[in-house]
Design a protein. Structure first.
Length: 180
């Protein structure tokens, strides 16, 4: 495929999907709610299960936000359009690791979930030509790891808080770039 054609197809997606802002804001909201879960007195295992259940609200919330942000999820005649969804599904490949941590080391579930969340954002830097995705990916993954190293499990709520703040900063940077 000619580079100019590829760039045109990517640009069409970037404009119509608005660089995925609906998904990023949705994720930021859900990670903020996850903070509340990890502030509760439940066992780490139960917090992890509640976190995982809450994550199922991602697509419906993003869909609602797509109406508010006027984003388009289906761009007809653009062969790159399904790639965004495939990039998102790629994180599902890492879920066996997440389930292993849930069953064996539930205190570390939120760390692994944050790392997977952060890491899966990286390819979107190319897809949307948005460097903020790469920065957020690295920031969430390494920042969550650093928090886990320096704080004990009673402070695990800092990881979803950090993730949520990082996602909202990414959303703001996307919004600013879209305005340009």
């Amino acid at each position: 495929m000619e580079q100019r054609c590829l760039d045109k197809l990517k640009f069409e997606i970037q404009i119509q999907a608005k660089n995925g802002i609906d998904f990023i804001v949705s994720a930021g909201i859900l990670w903020l709610i996850i903070v509340l879960i990890w502030l509760q007195e439940f066992s780490s295992y139960n917090k992890s299960v509640f976190t995982f259940i809450l994550a199922s609200a991602m697509l419906p919330l993003a869909f609602c936000l797509s109406k508010a942000f006027k984003t388009n999820w289906k761009i007809k005649n653009n062969p790159l359009q399904p790639l965004g969804l495939w990039l998102n599904f790629a994180q599902l490949v890492y879920f066996p690791i997440l389930f292993f941590v849930l069953t064996k080391y539930p205190d570390h579930f939120i760390l692994v979930y944050a790392i997977i969340t952060g890491a899966h954002l990286f390819p979107y830097a190319w897809f949307y030509d948005e460097a903020g995705y790469a920065v957020a990916s690295i920031l969430i993954s390494t920042g969550s790891f650093i928090i886990a190293l320096f704080f004990d499990s009673t402070m695990s709520w800092l990881i979803p808080l950090f993730t949520s703040i990082s996602l909202f900063i990414l959303a703001i940077s996307i919004f600013i770039r879209l305005k340009k």
